[in-house]
Design a protein around this ligand. Structure first.
Ligand code: 5GP
Length: 348
């Protein structure tokens, strides 16, 4: 039976999305570049869900998968090649450009429809069907809801994937957005076969020595001025300790964990000359996604990222000035970025 979808490029309800999924036979799922626990856990969780609905599913990521997620069932099926499929599902992406696929392959074999599932404040309705819920603590929570609405029983493999997604994206159930509903989902996932102790052992207690050494380097560079803390690593330092880009994941969270600090930024050099990658964090009321979006990035109110052009010293000065201004009571993040930068401080 042909299904007619009158609403395109707009927000769609969960039940309407289930109808859209039912009407397709084959799917390709991906998420954002430099994928993390929510990106991989949600993609594989959705793969298990769609397969339980009788669909053919591929999962594509061209960037490396963090080794701490190798234990997830289905990890071995992640491919780097974009296959032909009826539908492409983008998780946690604000555009096809931010997704972890080869754009040339996508354009050579475009899917019939595109679906966007996201929980970022900076989410955009770029696909044919968009389900964006900034209240969701993780995209893993949205995939869980999808399974419930679709009436699919949660298998132990799906439970592991979704629990990992939720655990990592809520900062182990600590970030704002973690509610009673988040714990209720976690409880259901544990009842469905996941083992919180085993997942924590895989995700948090299997770090490579290079990741821990890189954290040591970054922590040795911490600077604090007023309510802002920051740190960096250079390419040379990453090479010296044998660290990869994935090993930088999570460093920023240590900077915002300092008493009295309201905003933090972790900066790292990239392979591209004069391109610096930033991880921004805040607590309480400051919305760092406003600042990240001004520089072409995005994310959440308390955790965002972007890239900026300049040397490490120049970018550090610019972002620390912006964050310092944004931390002054009464000044909002948007005004802080629009205002001229303060005369400079803060670089030791
Ligand atoms: P992190 O600082 O850990 O890389 O990212 C923090 C949050 O911001 C994550 O939810 C991540 O998906 C999002 N984020 C990081 N960089 C970007 C970016 O360049 N664009 C967008 N839209 N989101 C980003």
């Amino acid at each position: 039976m042909a299904v007619f979808f009158p609403v395109m490029n707009r927000q769609i309800s969960i039940s309407a999305l289930v109808d859209v999924l039912q009407a397709q036979s084959s799917f390709v799922i991906t998420s954002h570049i430099r994928p993390d626990g929510d990106a991989i856990g949600s993609a594989l969780g959705l793969m298990h869900l769609l397969e339980a609905m009788g669909k053919r599913v591929s999962v594509v990521f061209i960037d490396p998968i963090p080794p701490s997620l190798d234990f997830l069932v289905g990890r071995e099926r992640i491919s780097r090649t974009f296959p032909a499929a009826d539908a492409a599902i983008f998780l946690e992406c604000d555009s096809i450009e931010r997704s972890c696929i080869d754009r040339g392959e996508y354009e050579a074999s475009p899917p019939r429809i595109t679906i966007n599932i996201d929980h970022h404040r900076s989410g955009r309705e770029f696909a044919d069907f968009n389900w964006i819920d900034p209240e969701a603590a993780a995209v893993g929570c949205m995939i869980y809801e999808l399974a419930i609405v679709a009436g699919v029983e949660i298998s132990p493999a799906m439970a592991d994937c979704l629990y990992t997604a939720i655990l990592t994206d809520t900062g182990s159930f600590n970030y704002p957005g973690t509610t009673a509903a988040t714990f209720a989902m976690a409880e259901h996932l544990v009842r469905s076969g996941t083992d919180p102790h085993r997942i924590a052992a895989e995700v948090y207690f299997s770090n490579s020595a290079s990741k821990v050494r890189l954290l040591g380097v970054a922590l040795s560079h911490i600077q604090i001025e007023g309510a802002v803390s920051w740190s960096h690593v250079t390419l040379e330092e990453m090479e010296r300790v044998g660290a990869s880009v994935e090993d930088c994941e999570g460093v920023a969270n240590h900077l915002i964990g300092i008493e009295g600090v309201e905003a933090a930024v972790f900066l790292r050099e990239t392979q591209e000359p004069d391109q610096i990658r930033l991880s921004l964090r805040s607590r309480r009321t400051l919305d760092v996604s406003v600042i990240a979006e001004r520089f072409g990035g995005g994310g959440h109110k308390t955790a965002s990222g972007c890239s900026m052009e300049g040397t490490l010293a120049e970018v550090t000065r610019r972002i620390v000035d912006d964050l310092s201004r944004a931390c002054v009571p009464g000044i909002h993040a948007a005004e802080a970025v629009e205002a001229p930068t303060l005369p400079s401080i803060l670089l030791a």
